[in-house]
Design a protein around this ligand. Sequence first.
Ligand SMILES: N[C@@H](CCC(=O)N[C@@H](CS)C(=O)NCC(=O)O)C(=O)O
Length: 218
Amino acid sequence: MNTIISFGLCPFVQRSLITMNHKKVPYKVKYIDLENKPDWFLKISPLGKVPVLQVGDEVLFESAVINEYIDEVTSGTLHPTDPLQKAFERAYIELSSAVTMNYFQTAISKDEDSYKANKEALEKNLTSLLDKFKGPYFRGEEFSLVDTSAVPALQRLALSGNLLEELNLSDAINKKLNQWLESTLPLESVQKSVPENFEEDFREYLIKKESYIQLKEK
Ligand SMILES: N[C@@H](CCC(=O)N[C@@H](CS)C(=O)NCC(=O)O)C(=O)O
C-alpha cells in the first residue's frame, strides 16, 4: 500500500489525499513535524517538503506530480484527453498553487502593509482562477485535478475569520467562489481529506501565528 508523508494542516498534502480518495486508492498516512523534520524524511525527500508519496521503493514528491501519477494508474481519468485542454488545466493547477501560497501569506501576514500587499496578490490570482470556473466544478459538470488542487486553499480561506468578506472580488467572482465551495466541500473525498478536528486545529494554528487578520478581529 502507498504511504503518504504528511503534515496534518498542509493544503498540498490535502490535494493528493482528495485525489486518492476520489480514485479510491488505499493509502497509509505518516505524519511528521515540519518544524523538526526527521532525518529519514530529509534523506528521502529532495526538497524537504510534504507531500511525499512512497510507492514501493520509489519516492514521489510535488502534489501535482503525485496527482497525475494516481490519476494515470487508476481508471476514469480526471485529466482531459485533448492535449490543449490538458495543458490548459495544468496551467490552472499551477495558478491554484500560486493562490494557495498567496492565501497563506495573507493569512499569516504580521502587519497591515504586508497583509494588504499579499491580499492584493490573492485577489488578482483568485480572480484569474475563478474567471475560468464554469460550475459546479472548474471544468463544468466533471470533477477534475483542478478541483483537487484548488479546494484546499478555498476551504482554508473560508475558515480564516473575516478574510473572505474582506476580499475585494466582484459579485460575479464571489458567486463562483461560493458555488465552488458548495459543490466541493460536502464531497466525501474532500471531507475525508482532513484530519479529525481540522477546523479547530487550523483556527488554532492561525491564532498562534499572531497574524494581522487575527489581531484585527479582536
Ligand atoms: N510545490 C509543493 C509545495 C509543498 C509545500 O510547500 N509543502 C509545505 C507544507 S504545506 C512544506 O513541506 N514545507 C516545509 C518546508 O518548506 O520546509 C507541492 O505542491 O507539493
